[in-house]
Unconditional design. Structure first.
Length: 198
């Protein structure tokens, strides 16, 4: 009986080791392919990532909520996705994650959340689709959108783990935004990321 139990434990240990090794190889491959992907991207000095409209805050069932409309923009300035909803809290914040390779730092919208929330709304599904990053518009090649996807995949993957010299997280505080006014988030491959009133 002990022999069977030992054989089972060895078998499970080997399976777990194989899974760990395969996961490590996949991560390493995704990391290494970011260097050529970044090199092949065209230089982008400044481009809009999204429009933000804060509707205002309200009290719902004894709990503060704040409503907003986010319009995701590609590099052509075209809306390709919209979120319109409320979050718990009296103000909003938005996190961005970056991938920095081959002299370029690219910022990706990661999540938006209210002041009374821990997690908020993940934004990755809105910008990453079918192996391409939708932040690049139609005037950019499909190959460039796939290269941007590789950087985004790495940045989003790291956001759930730890940050390294190749990734970072930055928060844009939306509490100072005036209700009813439009704002735009801008970024560039030189690492700039800022909010400006329209």
């Amino acid at each position: 009986m002990n022999r069977n139990r030992d054989a089972f434990i060895i078998c499970v240990s080997n399976i777990l080791l194989i899974i760990f090794v395969i996961t490590g190889i996949i991560f390493l491959m995704q990391f290494l392919e970011c260097f050529p992907a970044a090199r092949q991207l065209p230089d982008m000095e400044q481009y809009p990532v999204m429009h933000i409209l804060i509707y205002g805050s309200s009290d719902v069932d004894g709990s503060d909520t704040v409503s907003a409309r986010l319009s995701f923009l590609d590099t052509d300035g075209t809306d390709f996705a919209v979120i319109e909803r409320s979050w718990k809290g009296s103000s909003l914040s938005m996190d961005f994650v970056s991938a920095g390779f081959s002299g370029k730092t690219v910022w990706f919208p990661y999540r938006i959340y209210g002041s009374q929330q821990q997690d908020g709304t993940r934004l990755e599904p809105y910008v990453m689709e079918n192996g391409e990053c939708l932040l690049f518009g139609g005037t950019v090649t499909a190959s460039d959108r796939r290269n941007l996807y590789k950087l985004g995949r790495y940045a989003f993957g790291q956001a759930k783990r730890i940050f390294t010299n190749f990734t970072a997280l930055r928060t844009i505080d939306l509490s100072g935004c005036v209700s009813g006014s439009y704002y735009t988030v801008y970024t560039g491959f030189d690492g700039r990321l800022f909010l400006a009133a329209d």
